[in-house]
Design a protein around this ligand. Sequence first.
Ligand code: IDP
Ligand code: MG
Length: 152
Amino acid sequence: MAKMEQTLVIIKPDAVQRGLIGEIVGRFERRGLKVTAMRFEQIGRDVAGQHYAEHQGKPFYDGLVDYITSSPSVLMVLAGPGAIQATRNTIGATRPVEAAMGTIRADLALEVGRNLVHGSDGPEAATREIDLFFGDGGVVDYERSLDRWVLE
Ligand code: IDP
Ligand code: MG
């Protein structure tokens, strides 16, 4: 079995406004990923700046912060074997027109600046992002009774 991991997902403001929360959460759930934290919140500019620090100075940065803070998001932690890569693959490539069919971005989005969902891009980012959004608590460790049918 791949290494057990946790990853941070943001269902971004465009997905919330378009009524796609259930569709997106459902895809992660059906894949077998376990929800270990979930919160509904409008992200502030300060936290957005910390979250997207690696993109500071890029031409799209100001627009990105405007976008992610424009309306509420759903913040989630997902757990499972290889959860970071599994989540990224479920989301699809950054540019929706280049994303593989069957991914969230290919199926439901067109523009890079309206690409619906965020997933941590590696173990270091996952740790940092989970701490940024859930450092004060909210991640719940629990047994899921169906796990023996999902995990070897
Ligand atoms: P990722 O979300 O697939 O990890 P990143 O390269 O980390 O992609 O970029 C973070 C977010 O910034 C993207 O999801 C997208 O919303 C936005 N973004 C990235 N590149 C562009 C761009 O060229 N124009 C507008 N927005 C962009
Ligand atoms: Mg990224």
